[in-house]
Design a protein. Structure first.
Length: 451
């Protein structure tokens, strides 16, 4: 096994790959190779159960814990570990009584499944849930309520209930837009190290002539910095088009699926968008134009959707371009299906922005984000010295150096127009801005360019 892991590492290094994620057995052998060759890795040793009985190919829970204790944050921080069940396939939804529910489909091949409810989760009174999302590591539950004009997302953390009032940034710096009436669908990013929560929301505004305009759009809450950030996921849509029911990919935090709605015709289709590479976007349209609530399977091959015309949950095979209905008693009339898998993924190339930097050093959120023509990057320096501000793509390649020179202490602002060092406009996608200053200060953040 060691020679196989070493050969795989050599091939990746030869191809320019510096980090990877792996989930299987004998991860201690893989970790040893990573430590020796200088790569970065997220490693999980899968286990199928616990107890004294060990079958060939299985490992006990105690051995898994021992692997985590021995290798987590090892090799100068280049190795991270996580635990994930190899059979962790679940569907979460809110049932018709407003209660968080779960279908365990791990034994579906054997002809049966398990149905559970979690009545202890509610906002004010039992049965008042409208939607819910459980983080990939099981640590957080995000909730929305059935109550009208409640523009709040509730967070259940260690038995305590917290809340976030939703307001989008406007076109003016420091001013927020208060058009959101209530949020609906919620979904956590698969990247558990840098937690983000996507949501959709119903908006309404009264125009100067007294008429009201309403629409659905999507946003994201970023928990990675010292302060929560709330921003829109997509640019403004044409009048009569709404977007919502957003769901992250199970393996790629830069890929989402969502409902694309033609309000006038009441057509509901599904779009898949990849912010890192729009060549991989997809559009799903069934004959009835009546599917919503998409959610990715753990390997991203399938989507589960709600066909609201007959209250059936459908499984769509994205490879074969086919679908079939889940015809179980508890899935008829079910709302908000979510395919759940224990565990998550890390961004191995770029560290999260520290929650607290030395006093005086701050990298603010770029604005607007997402952006089209340009975005403003603002930062504050604790002391005078040489500062480098650079933009990288998701493969860690430098695409633009915005500044690399001495600067005075205080606040500075730069504008990036989405161009590379060669002057050519880059393609749409997710880019990383990193600010490095003397004294060991550094911070980074993601920027989404949409052309």
């Amino acid at each position: 096994m060691t020679w196989g892991a070493a050969l795989a590492a050599a091939e990746m290094i030869r191809s320019g790959i510096v980090g990877f994620a792996d989930h299987y057995f004998w991860m201690d052998k893989v970790a040893a190779v990573v430590a020796e060759c200088g790569m970065k890795a997220l490693l999980a040793w899968c286990h199928f159960g616990i107890g004294d009985d060990k079958e060939v190919g299985n490992v006990s829970f105690e051995e898994t814990v021992g692997f985590v204790e021995a290798w987590d944050n090892a090799a100068e921080g280049r190795i991270h570990t996580t635990t994930a069940t190899a059979d962790g396939y679940y569907l979460y939804f809110i049932n018709s009584e407003g209660v968080l529910s779960r279908l365990d489909l791990t034994n579906l091949a054997g002809g049966y499944y398990n149905y559970e409810t979690f009545e202890e989760y509610y906002i004010r009174n039992p049965g008042d849930l409208w939607n819910a999302a459980v983080s990939r590591d099981g640590e957080y539950v995000a909730l929305t309520s059935i109550y009208e004009n409640d523009n709040t997302i509730y967070l259940l953390i260690s038995g305590e209930l917290y809340y976030v009032t939703l307001e989008f940034p406007s076109s003016q710096t420091g001013i927020t837009s208060q058009t959101i009436q209530y949020p609906d669908v919620l979904n956590w990013s698969p990247n558990t190290k840098y937690p983000k929560l996507a949501f959709d929301a119903y908006n309404q505004i009264t125009l100067d002539n007294g008429t009201e305009r309403s629409w659905w759009n999507m946003g994201e809450i970023d928990f990675t910095g010292s302060e929560l950030q709330v921003y829109t996921l997509l640019p403004a849509q044409p009048e009569g088009i709404s977007v919502g029911n957003v769901q992250y990919s199970s393996t790629d935090p830069d890929r989402i699926a969502y409902s694309y709605i033609e309000d006038g015709n009441n057509y509901w289709d599904v779009k898949i968008e990849n912010f890192a590479s729009h060549d991989n976007d997809d559009f799903l349209q069934l004959s009835g134009r009546d599917i919503e609530r998409p959610s990715f399977s753990p390997d991203d091959r399938y989507l589960v959707v709600d066909r609201y015309s007959d209250e059936k949950l459908l499984i769509i095979d994205l490879v074969e371009r086919s679908f079939w209905a889940l015809d179980f008693e508890n899935t008829t009339g079910a709302r908000y299906p979510e395919w759940f898998v224990v565990g998550g993924s890390y961004d191995l190339e770029v560290e999260a922005s520290p929650a607290a930097q030395p006093a005086g050093f701050v990298l603010e959120a770029n604005y607007p984000n997402p952006f089209n023509a340009g975005t403003t990057i603002s930062y504050t320096l604790a002391q005078s010295g040489r500062v480098r501000v650079a933009v990288y793509d998701l493969q860690g390649r430098l695409v633009r150096t915005l500044s690399d020179q001495p600067q005075a202490a205080g606040r500075h602002t730069l504008t990036w127009h989405g161009d590379g060092n060669d002057g050519r406009t880059l393609s749409s996608g997710v880019y990383l801005c990193r600010v490095e200053a003397e004294g060991g200060y550094s911070a980074s953040q993601k920027m989404v360019m949409v052309k």
